[in-house]
Design a protein around this ligand. Structure first.
Ligand code: 5GP
Ligand code: MN
Length: 322
């Protein structure tokens, strides 16, 4: 058993016995979701399993900054995911984070939920939820080791990407000595840290400089509540030529002021709603997100809202009353 998780051994046994495994991560996947998805898929394929990987979006197009990741040949469109013996869900804090694949999971004989989000709703038949680790990739590394997979350079690359992105390049409090030791092991296996850093953090299109300019220029500060927020409209994306899946890093610019502890970035969606990314240097934003139907970690969380300014005002009020 690892991480004191009761279902750990059951998960290893179920995956060992399975012939066909569907591996999935959350919608709009980030580095940890993609890295975990692809590493797990490569590892299970090495064991001779029939593996298909996907997530519940309209397509499985990998965001540009992660397009260098190995294992993408194992991706299938969500509609083409075959009925598996085991459905392995990665980095999903709740069943609905599977999006369109939630139904496929429900129809599967065995769902394994491997995740590190507090408040996970334990939607699996087997739940391996460990909130003290840096990333789902950290858990996938141990899972693959216990399955007898020989970790190679490709898997190490995927796993390192999961860890480096979820720890904010080893900056956040979830980056423990164990995390750094694991990252070092992955470098020994061939993960190329400077190459990965360039691909993930310095491959934005030129337009995203202009987009960042807009986001920073219109940022609003609530000095007393130490809250800063900004937003991206669909028009901003169209005018700067930036894809919606290439806006993940912008919240890091918004949070970088010493004037605020809590930052939010509102992103307008095709359906008129706003996806809200929140980050904090202390006060729980997991609570803010959960109260609004979303979720995440205490210091990094997200939710969907139908109005921007009213939601920002409600967050200000909530922070003031704490
Ligand atoms: P991000 O702002 O990068 O989209 O998300 C920050 C963190 O919150 C990630 O760990 C992400 O998985 C989680 N998260 C974002 N949106 C939601 C949501 O709507 N529901 C849940 N349960 N978690 C979310
Ligand atoms: Mn994660």
């Amino acid at each position: 058993m690892r991480f004191d998780s009761g279902d750990w051994d059951g998960a290893v046994a179920a995956l060992t016995e399975a012939h066909r495994v569907a591996v999935a991560c959350h919608v709009n996947p980030d580095g940890d979701a993609l890295g975990s998805l692809l590493a797990a898929s490569l590892g299970l394929a090495q064991l001779g399993k029939e593996v298909a990987a996907s997530w519940g979006g309209s397509s499985v197009e990998v965001p540009f900054s992660f397009s260098f990741l190995p294992g993408t040949d194992l991706l299938v469109a969500p509609g083409d995911l075959p009925e598996p013996d085991v459905f392995l869900a990665l980095d999903c804090g709740a069943a609905h984070r599977l999006g369109a694949l939630e139904e496929v999971a429900k129809a599967s004989p065995c769902v394994i939920n491997v995740d590190h989000h507090p408040g996970n709703d334990n939607f699996g038949d087997l739940n391996v939820v460990v909130t003290t680790v840096s990333s789902t990739a950290e858990m996938v590394t141990r899972l693959l080791q216990d399955l007898g997979v020989t970790l190679d350079e490709d898997m190490a690359t995927c796993l390192y990407v999961g860890i480096v992105t979820d720890t904010g390049r080893f900056q956040y409090s979830n980056s423990t000595p164990d995390t750094l030791r694991l990252a070092a092991d992955l470098l020994s296996l061939g993960a190329d840290a400077p190459f990965i850093a360039q691909e993930v953090y310095e491959s934005a299109p030129f337009g995203s400089l202009k987009l960042m300019g807009r986001v920073l220029d219109r940022a609003v500060l609530h000095e007393e509540e130490r809250f800063v927020y900004s937003w991206i409209t669909l028009a901003d994306l169209a005018e700067t030529g930036v894809a919606a899946d290439e806006t993940d890093g912008l919240i890091d610019a918004v949070r970088s002021t010493r004037a605020a502890d809590v930052a939010a970035l509102f992103k307008e969606q095709d359906d008129g709603n706003w996806r809200v990314s929140m980050r904090s240097k202390g006060p729980s934003v997991g609570e803010v997100a959960r109260a609004r139907g979303g979720g995440g970690h205490e210091l990094a969380a997200g939710f969907t809202a139908d109005e921007r300014e009213a939601t920002a005002a409600s967050i200000v009020a909530e922070l003031r009353s704490r």
